[in-house]
Design a protein around this ligand. Sequence first.
Ligand SMILES: [Mg+2]
Length: 274
Amino acid sequence: MPTTRWPGSGTGPVVTDRVATGGAAGPLEAWLFDLDGVLTDTASVHAAAWKKTFDESLARRAGPGVPFTPFDSIADYEQFVDGRPRLDGVRSFLESRDIHLAEGGPDDEPDRETVNGVGRRKNDLVLALMAEVGVVAFPGSVALVRALRAAGRRVAVVSASENCAAVLDAAGITDLFDVRVDGLVTSEHGLAGNPAPDTYLFAARELGTEPSHAAVVEDAPAGVAAGRAGRFGLVVGVSRGATADELLRSGADVIVSDLAELLDTVLGTVPDIR
Ligand SMILES: [Mg+2]
């Protein structure tokens, strides 16, 4: 995908030609934000919890002829678990190592070697880590959400996490969102997780907007792919763990390293995205 820099800027967001030439038509009346890694600095907590969980499982299986190859917190995290529902993450990573566990059930204890048990173990670790280190919202992300609200745009948070409400509360940003589509809503309505577009399409409906008039903001390749699959008007890739190239390949229109880079656009002090 050919790219260019923001008009008149050498350091602003990277914008694909589809956006720079006005290819994505329509005003953006709603913005849909991923949680972990976009609004809150919690992606690293998830990566650490996944690594501890999977490495313990892998170490137990290692032995003569079965080398211990640990979970890679960058490559494996991005490819198999980031942005996906927790149990999908368990299945997809373990299957990549040719490990196929029984599903088990939601009441499985964390020491059960089932998909649900491993997922429970990971979630317990995430909650313990968050309680220990706290949850911080990215200032640039909060500034953009506040600017969007002030400009009359509707804003949603979309996350596969069942802990979404607790994380928003801990970060002190619950009141900034008109709609929350999280892991609980996803289960209740039987929505498929990323890279399927279902959760973002559901949020757009809740906000009363067409996908073509809404923006999706994601840091995971699977989440960016969901935004593209849903034919949203704009897909913003926030490059924190995943590289700009990976996000562009997944279908992002605009790449930023911090959402404050979009403030000028939202406030109308540089030419609009369209
Ligand atoms: Mg994320």
